[in-house]
Design a protein around this ligand. Structure first.
Ligand SMILES: Nc1ncnc2c1ncn2[C@@H]1O[C@H](COP(=O)(O)OP(=O)(O)OP(=O)(O)O)[C@@H](O)[C@H]1O
Ligand SMILES: [Mg+2]
Length: 289
């Protein structure tokens, strides 16, 4: 679905009116994301994650190298709108993405801009609101919604344009834990039940645990790629990149250091509870209870 080869991006920095310099922020990135995969991109502030995301729907073009979306080169001007349709972007701040005075008007905005017949638009709005579980809020003003609901409206707006791939740049950064959870649930459902390819940029390690692959970025490079289990074993590397491991993973590591027999890494709360129960049971047996 997404193929990147030797991508280099340089921003122009104007030091004053006459003097400019170039800053390389993506420095030879190559990877391949198959259709239907869920990829999480992690990296410290300034490592180039958002710049990379902007290459995926042609908000930026490569200075060197090539980005293909479903086989289409992003430098091909004739394919620009097709690519922008195929890759839907969701950003951090839901308030900046909402335009309509009602939820349905907002979700209809993308298809309306494509001059589609009104029946088709209504159908797409219904399907998109179903996908994010907000049909009941159809007539409500977005200003009356919670942050999580607003972000789900933003996702529905993207879905109404019928993309194949969703690129979400820190979609939960401004949300409370409950809203974060509801947005992540929708994103996982879209991937697992409806087959969307997902690229999720996040600073929340627990959101990366459910990904198929995690890419670690440092100073414009992808320094490591692997499954969540492979990545969260790399505690040294994560520390070097100023990233944490999920809280539950950290707790299991610490308990294992104290001699409690955990199978590491533990990524999810339910696995932690399972292993803890097994430990307690074997202690009971040893004490003859
Ligand atoms: N428009 C721009 N002009 C010049 N430099 C920029 C521009 N946008 C980003 N940068 C710089 O490029 C580097 C990478 O920025 P980018 O926003 O891609 O990082 P990021 O990994 O998304 O960071 P964060 O986690 O803070 O969102 C940073 O040093 C940033 O200051
Ligand atoms: Mg960013």
């Amino acid at each position: 679905m997404i193929k990147i080869k030797d991508l280099v991006h340089r921003y122009t920095i104007w030091e004053n009116e006459n003097k400019k310099s170039k800053k390389t922020v993506l420095d030879g990135i190559s990877f391949d994301i198959p259709s239907g995969q869920f990829v999480a991109i992690l990296g410290a502030n300034g490592s180039g994650k958002s710049t990379l995301a902007k290459h995926l729907n042609v908000l930026l073009l490569p200075d060197e190298g090539t980005v293909w979306i479903d086989g289409k080169d992003t430098k091909d001007k004739e394919k620009l709108w097709k690519i922008r349709t195929e890759v839907g972007m969701v950003f951090q701040n839901p308030d900046n993405q909402i335009i309509g005075t009602s939820v349905e008007e907002d979700v209809a905005f993308g298809p309306e801009n494509r001059n589609l017949p009104s029946q088709e638009i209504r159908g797409r709005v219904t399907k998109s609101l179903d996908a994010v579980g907000l049909q009941s809020k159809r007539k409500v003003s977005p200003s009356r919604l919670s942050g999580g609901q607003k972000q789900r409206v933003a996702i529905a707006g993207v879905l109404a344009c019928m993309p194949k791939c969703l690129v979400l740049d820190e979609p939960t950064a401004m949300l409370d834990p409950k809203s974060r959870e509801e947005v992540m649930k929708v994103v996982h459902e879209l991937n697992q039940e409806r087959g969307f390819t997902v690229v999720l940029i996040t600073h929340h390690m627990d959101e990366a645990v459910g990904a198929d692959q995690i890419y670690l970025m440092k100073e414009g490079h992808v320094v490591k790629c692997g499954s969540p289990k492979e990545i969260f074993c790399e505690t040294e590397l994560l520390r070097e990149l100023k990233l944490d491991v999920p809280q539950v993973t950290e707790l299991a590591y610490r308990l294992a250091e104290k001699g409690i027999p955990f199978k590491l890494p533990v990524l999810k709360e339910e696995d932690f509870v399972e292993q803890m129960k097994a430990v307690c049971q074997s202690e009971d047996i040893e004490r003859g209870r």
